[in-house]
Ligand binder design. Structure first.
Ligand code: ADP
Ligand code: GN1
Ligand code: MG
Length: 371
């Protein structure tokens, strides 16, 4: 029984975080692909209500929930201290872990499911697609700031929640293994997609090789900077809170820049079926780059600046092969809503890769303009 098809006891878990208040109801929430997310409502003795984000941690993806939660608690406490010192709102500008009544950072239930809760950051928007340029600019500023703040974080205290997460060479190896095994007899139906990836095998080394030889420095990075992993303040439009901190670990700056572009600068949804709608908007690329560089130019090295546009293409390529690999393996990793969902996602990513290959020089020129 996999993570997505086993039975769950949401109510039992939600009650563990009530701390004397009354649990009211929990319903599925958000568009994340990895964890099982709910909004859980509680009522205080005075009748007022509030909600938490309640998540069943995907322990197939994150096999060490203790290490994972220690990372998140460590990073959010570190950020909270900085926010407190500068007089910010400590419950809105970073996530706050709500501990279960029995103590610890999460609750393990009778089925061994692991549950955590966060304060729900209210009056915010989590976009699936950019509506306003200024929002994307502000995302760039926020992710730039996030990297800047984490530069001071003691990276040796972080555990690696998923080994080789953005090691694209290793992702490619797993992809080739999945093709060779063809466990579900699906390879023939995605021959063109496999050929597309195989023709670009050497690209998989573009960034890892530079990390290996020291050209690019290792930083503490978020590693999953897609648009719906940042909460936009409804009133001010600023990217107020960076969320989904599961994959914080050492990585390359261009992973975060690149993943933001992969998702946010696309003209269509990640699973759009009409590929004529899918392209990488140079306009959105510029909007994000201007925001990000307004902060990041202070700390990025020359080699890192040169890596940004390549990172965008590579994160997109990597994501495409991950969707394809998951399809070949029987759709066990990403949450999917229909058979072939991962193939549709793979198509948009590969379309974006092709588009970025054509626009590389223009992307580089934009980066230079703001560096
Ligand atoms: P996944 O790892 O599956 O992507 P996330 O941690 O990103 O899960 O959560 C899924 C969605 O839930 C987010 O995209 C966001 O819309 C919402 N969300 C998560 N945490 C919070 C929070 N603290 N406050 C408000 N919304 C949140
Ligand atoms: C997953 O967790 P979520 O939905 O924010 C995935 C990312 C992918 C992304 C593709 C831990 O992000 O790596 O880029 O889907 N997260 C994990 O949309 O694998
Ligand atoms: Mg997410």
């Amino acid at each position: 029984m996999g993570f997505w098809d086993c039975e769950v006891n949401v109510e039992g878990a939600a009650k563990q975080f009530a701390h004397g208040d009354t649990f009211v109801a929990a319903t599925p929430y958000g568009e994340g692909h990895i964890n099982d997310t709910y909004e859980a409502y509680y009522q205080r003795a005075d009748g007022s209500k509030y909600r938490y984000i309640l998540q069943r941690i995907n322990t197939e993806a994150f096999q060490d929930p203790d290490g994972l939660m220690a990372n998140i608690v460590g990073v959010t406490e570190f950020l909270r201290e900085i926010i407190r010192k500068r007089g910010g709102d400590t419950e809105r500008e970073t996530m706050t872990v709500v501990h279960p009544e029995a103590g610890g950072n999460y609750y393990r239930d009778e089925n061994d499911a692991c549950w955590r809760a966060y304060i729900f950051v209210e009056e915010t928007i989590s976009y699936q697609q950019i509506q306003k340029d200024s929002d994307f600019y502000n995302c760039g500023v926020s992710f730039g700031n996030f990297q800047r703040l984490l530069a001071e974080y003691p990276s040796e205290t972080l555990t690696e929640p998923i080994k080789n997460f953005h090691n694209t060479e290793d992702r490619f190896r797993l992809f080739k293994e999945a093709v060779a095994a063809d466990k579900f007899g699906r390879a023939a139906s995605v021959k063109d997609e496999i050929d597309f990836a195989m023709a670009r095998e050497k690209d998989a080394s573009l960034i890892v090789s530079q990390l290996r030889d020291g050209t690019l420095p290792l930083r503490v990075t978020h590693n999953d900077t897609k648009l719906n992993n940042i909460l936009i303040d409804a009133a001010s439009g600023s990217g107020i809170c960076v969320i989904d901190l599961d994959t914080i670990m050492p990585g390359a700056a261009c992973y975060d820049f690149g993943d933001s572009i992969r998702f946010g600068a696309s003209t269509a949804a990640e699973d759009e079926k009409d590929l004529s709608k899918v392209s990488m908007s140079l306009h959105l690329f510029e909007v994000f780059t201007e925001g990000y560089m307004s902060v990041a130019k202070e700390f990025l090295t020359e080699a890192e600046i040169a890596s940004l546009s390549i990172g965008a293409r590579l994160m997109t390529f990597e994501c495409g092969i991950r969707f394809l690999t998951d399809y070949l393996n029987g759709d066990t990793y990403f949450k999917t809503h229909y058979e072939g969902h991962n193939v549709d996602r793979c198509h948009t990513q590969f379309k974006l890769v092709e588009d970025m290959e054509k626009k590389q020089a223009e992307m580089d020129a934009i980066v230079r303009k703001y560096a």
